[in-house]
Ligand binder design. Sequence first.
Ligand code: KG4
Ligand code: ZN
Length: 352
Amino acid sequence: NDGPLVLGIETSCDETGVGIVRGRTLLANAVASSMDEHARFGGVIPEVAARAHVEAIAPTIERAVADAGVTLTDLDAIAVTSGPGLAGALMVGVAAAKALALSLDVPLYAVNHLVGHVGADVLQGNGLRETHGTVGKLELPTVALLVSGGHTSLLLVRDLVSDVEMLGETIDDAAGEAFDKVARLLGLPYPGGPHIDRVAAAGDPQAIRFPRGLTRPKDLERHRYDFSFSGLKTSVARWVEQREAAGEKIPVADVAASFREAVADVLTAKALAACRDLDVPRLLLGGGVAANARVRALAAERADAAGVELRVPPLALCTDNGAMIASLGAQLVSAGAAPSTLAFGADSTLPV
Ligand code: KG4
Ligand code: ZN
């Protein structure tokens, strides 16, 4: 039981996450989500998310503290996501973290949400080992593929505290967003990712050849590690509309499987190209789309073929959560990093 006791707060999107760690040991990971409130809009509504954070933040902090069996006055530091994300949503977490740090007189660390996803990789705790063989050790360098409804990024992490490079990101929609939009098109509920995944299992991934964004030689020159999913989404929409106009029945399972294949193909091809180009023998997955069965399988298959070690944290640490932010905070404390001053604010486009 060593290492600093850190509470982390995450409010960049629709999850109000509060986690508590001691060093690399996970003590609590309380999450409240406003996803249900966004369902009827088919996407996260920033104002609704911010209001939900205001309501959820104090109870979620209380729940995390109770789950961890600590008291607030035991804390050594507070960490909070200051960006990137939805500005109004971020502000709620930032304000709460400042208030806590001030009242407890402990250092405060403003951290980047994407780097937080990487920070989750080292956590160990009850039930985490089964999905993650080398949990607890920080093995670097690593390429990180972070894919959710809000972001799709490829990072090169040489040092979690001082050397994180953004290799590429989506130039339009996030991959999770594409899953949600295509699901809506197919009449599946929101959020659509898990439903597409389920339906696709019974379909033929080769039935329809949907486009792989930014993979033509000309695109690769400028966008080697960038992603694009809006063309894919439009292509699926057009395909479905044409069949509907002709009065044909839509083969939902085949469309879902072919769409899922296109996303998994381009995500894993670019991630492994980065590992190969940069001679990095490790790939970490994070974000809600890391739950996708085909993304996982294809990543495992291609990593294996390339001699790359694939790391996928347990799902509760892949989706947005406070534990990953606490974990990164603990690593900053241990590395002797300077705490943030109270001058920082929410930054919706914070770079890594
Ligand atoms: O990390 P996350 O909870 O953060 C937010 O974006 O808020 O990710 C949610 C996203 C949604 O777009 C959801 O449709 C997608 O992750 N997702 C999936 C799967 N499970 C969740 N996408 C594809 N396949 C899945 N199994
Ligand atoms: Zn995220």
